[in-house]
Design a binder for this molecule. Sequence first.
Ligand code: AMP
Length: 450
Amino acid sequence: MSDDIFADSTTFKDLGLRDSVLKGVEELGFEKPTDIQAQLIPPILTGRDVIGQAKTGTGKTAAFGLPLLHMCDKDTSMQALVLTPTRELAAQVAVELDDLGKHTPIKTTCIIGGESMQSQKKSVQRGGHIIVGTPGRVMDMHGRKQIHFNDLRFAVLDEVDRMLDIGFRDDIRKILKLVKREHQTIFVSATIDEEIERLARSHMKSDAQKIVTVSGSLTVSLVDQKHLPVEPWDKKQLLLHLLKHQEPETTVVFCRTKATVDKLTKYLKDKGVDARAIHGDMPQPKRKRVMSSMRSGKLDVLIASDLAARGLDIAHISHVINYDLPEDPEVYVHRIGRTARAGRRGTAWSFVTPEEGQRLTEIEKLTGVLIEQLEYDGFKPGPVPKDIAEQRAAAPSKSDPDKHLAKRTGVPWHDGMSEEDLKAMFPDGNIPKTAPKQTLGSRLRTRRSR
Ligand code: AMP
C-alpha cells in the first residue's frame, strides 16, 4: 500500500473552492489535497449528504471544513453545526477552521463545557457562522435559547461512530431533531462499521454517498506497530524502562481507566519522568493547560484516558503506547492515529498480558496489520507477586497464565478465526500450516509461550 495520503493529480483549485478559501489553504502550507479532501469536497459542494471514511491524520477536518467555509453565507449566523465527542477536539477543529477561513468573512465559534457560556454566547452573537461544539453544551445553550438552528444548513458529525454509539446517540438524535429546516449532513470518521453506517443513514437523505479512502488496512502504514508481552505486575516498570532506555520523543500513553492514568502519572513523576495526566474527571482549566503544554512541545509524556484517543492532532507525537489494550479494537485505530499524522512517521507499542492474546488478534483482524513483537533488552521482569503465586497454587488451572498459555501452545495459527474469514483468505480451501506473512490470525497464541 502506498504511504502517500495525497491526491496526485488534483489541486485545491480544481476542487472548485473560492479564492478566499484557497488563500487560507495556501497560508497553512497545504500544497495539494489529500485523497479524502479530493474525494469528499466535490460532492459536498454539490449539496450531497456524505459519509467519509479515511485514515487518522489524513485531513478530514479540512475535507469538511473547506466546503463549509466556501458555502456559508456571510450575512447569516449559525448556519453550520459541527459536533465532536470531546472538548479538546472541538477546540482544535475550531482553530483549524478559523485558520483556514482567515481570508473569508466566515467566523467559527467553539461551544464547549467547562468554559464561560456567556462569552460563547457573545461570540455567536458577533456572527458565529459555524458552531463547533460538544453535544452537552450545544443542547444546554439551545435549551436556554442562546443559540438556535433556524438557519442551520449544515450538520457535521466528526468521529461519527463515537457520536452515534450508545453514550452520545440520544443527544445526537435530539439535536438533529431540533433542526427543522432542510439541511446537508456530513459525517466522518476513520472507523465506520455497518451498524454505524445504518444509524448514520437514518439521519441522512436517501441518496447520501459514502466515500471511503481506507484501503488495505485501517491504520496508516507509516506507524510502526509492535506489541510487548508483559505480566500485569511488570507493566509500570516496563514502561519506565522503555521511556528511559528506548528514549521515545513525545509520547502518549493510553490507559483504560482514569484511576490508572492518575496512579501511573504519579509513579512516573516519582521516578523523575516529566509526565502529565489527562482524563475527563480533571477540571477544564487543567485539561487545557496540559493540552497546551503538549502542543507547545513542553511536555514529553502524556498519560491519557481515551478522552485523548480521537482526533487530536499534535504534529510531534512520535510514540503511542497502549499501556492497557482497549476493549474495543476500533479504539486502537484511533489511539495509534495520534502519531504518524499528515504523512509523518510514528511508532505504536502495545503492552499485552498473557490473557490478552485474543484481544490483540481482534485488533490485527480489524486493522489488517500483523503486529510483531518488539525486541528490546535490559528489562528484568519482577517476581510473581505473593498473592498471585498463592492464588495459582490454590487454583492452578484458572489463574496461572503460564499454564493458560501452555494450553494454547500448538493450536493451529488460524484457531479463533471464523470460517468466513478463512474462506476469504484461502478460497481454494488449502490452509497453510504456518501463518502467511502479512496476514492475520491467532499466530500470537503459539508465539507467546515464554
Ligand atoms: P486531520 O486529519 O484533519 O486532523 O489533519 C491532520 C493534519 O494534517 C493536520 O495538522 C492538518 O492541518 C494537516 N493537513 C490537512 N490537510 C492537509 C494538506 N492537504 N496538506 C498538508 N497538511 C494537511
